[in-house]
Design a protein around this ligand. Structure first.
Ligand SMILES: [Zn+2]
Ligand SMILES: [Zn+2]
Length: 427
């Protein structure tokens, strides 16, 4: 029986605070939470920040303020710089990732606004697209009173949820290329009951069930990941999204990202084990995290061999992506797995076999890369290629490949062997 990892590479992780803003939100003391992660021996920590909102999208608690840009406009502008400083300070101790939570506010000025917010968010690792507000400007995740107000306005529970699902669908159709992950998919359950047609949407015949099914298909078509958001546990409505939604997502080969959506240092790393148990029960054994918008696949299990294989797969995808123009980086590559990587054949249903060869091959269009974890030793082995001995550090191999590529030398196959003394040989 496999045990779970102690750590999750979060996506929707710790919310960076609004600092000096009028409305407090998130964790201001980023250093404190980083130190906590280091003390827990975590390899990485992930921050996220909300994009500032347009004036007519406000929570009741924000109505009294007369500031124009709600929630941390200056904190938002500062955020990439602040994270970069922290990355420099903690470079040798922990890997700091960061992203933004893009606030959907309709497809007119809201969409223009979001585009400008994205431009300001330099070099983020991921973008989560979330609907928190109805088009009427009333939040789904505010107070119970706010939810009741919207319920009255829309006239029924069905209309309430239909409106929400329409907004999520609109967000994906209009801006699915602007984010990688759909945030807390069944957020309204925080404040209102879930209708029967959503609890059993798989088989129900109703506009609500149809819409839920279509939404999941749309997520799959756009190659977006689902945010498995553990904050719902703390709030008493259960993890987002509900089990039946996640099971259907698995059938549609939708990948998941996991996160605590923590707004307080005490909530850092909350319920990691429950999170992994939950996704496993829904059929998932792996999840993704993001680095510079590219998904990296990870196992939920504490299995050293499997983790090594995943890191090889991620490295191969990253190296191939570096040779692709940015717009092609999110295209799912064709994968082929040989002998030692056979478990990936179950995980990636469209992958092909590489036979007895212990290697992974990744292909996009006319570019491919083959990665193995051992040097083949057939009789009279004749290897043609380059040989290098270098520091065994992340990034060194990419540097070598890029330098060679700039000289128009294409590496089809690379053998990398760690010497266990801080160096690696590479052939
Ligand atoms: Zn959110
Ligand atoms: Zn959030």
């Amino acid at each position: 029986m496999s045990t779970f990892n102690k750590y999750i590479w979060e996506t929707h992780g710790v919310h960076a605070g609004t600092e000096n803003d009028h409305v407090k939100h998130g964790v201001d003391e980023l250093e404190a939470v980083i130190e906590k992660a280091i003390s827990l021996h975590h390899p990485s920590i992930s921050f996220i920040i909300h994009t500032p909102r347009l004036t007519n999208f406000r929570y009741d608690t924000e109505r009294d303020t007369d500031i124009k840009f709600i929630r941390g406009n200056s904190a938002y502008l500062n955020y990439p710089k602040r994270i970069k400083q922290l990355q420099a300070v903690y470079a040798d101790r922990i890997n700091i990732k960061y992203g933004i939570e893009l606030e959907w506010m309709g497809n007119e000025i809201g969409l223009q606004w979001n585009r400008s917010q994205l431009i300001q968010a330099e070099e983020v690792d991921f973008v989560v697209g979330s609907v928190h507000f109805s088009r009427e400007g009333i939040p789904y995740d505010g107070s119970k009173e706010e939810a009741q107000r919207l319920l009255q306005l829309r006239g029924s529970l069905e209309a309430y949820w239909l409106g929400y699902l329409d907004e999520v669908i609109e967000m994906i159709e209009c801006s699915g290329d602007m984010f990688q992950v759909v945030g807390h998919l069944d957020l309204p359950k925080l404040n209102v009951p879930v209708p029967k047609d959503i609890l059993q949407f798989e088989n129900a015949a109703s506009p609500l069930a149809d819409k839920m099914r279509w939404l999941l298909e749309l997520i799959s078509i756009h190659n977006l990941a689902l945010d498995v958001n553990l904050a719902g546990l703390k709030k008493g409505c259960g993890i987002y999204p509900a089990e039946n939604i996640l099971r259907r997502a698995k059938q549609l080969h939708i990948s998941i990202a996991i996160g605590t959506d923590a707004h307080h240092i005490d909530h850092y790393a909350y319920a990691y084990q429950e999170g992994m148990q939950y996704v496993l029960e829904c059929g998932y054994k792996q999840y993704v995290s993001f680095s510079k918008l590219i998904p990296e696949t990870r196992t939920i299990f504490n299995n050293h061999q499997l983790k090594l294989k995943y890191s090889l797969l991620n490295k191969a995808i990253e190296l191939l992506n570096q040779r692709m123009p940015p717009e092609k980086r999110r295209v799912i590559p064709e994968l082929a797995f040989g002998n030692a990587f056979h478990e990936f054949l179950d995980i990636y249903p469209n992958a092909t076999r590489l036979g007895a060869y212990n290697a992974i091959r990744i292909r996009k269009e006319d570019k491919s890369i083959t990665f193995g974890n051992e040097i083949p030793q057939p009789e009279n082995l004749q290897l043609e290629g380059l040989f290098s001995k270098h520091l065994d550090r992340p990034g060194v191999l990419s540097m070598l490949f890029n330098t060679l590529a700039s000289e128009r030398i294409n590496i089809e196959t690379a053998f990398l062997k760690s010497n266990n003394d801080g160096t690696a040989t590479h052939q």
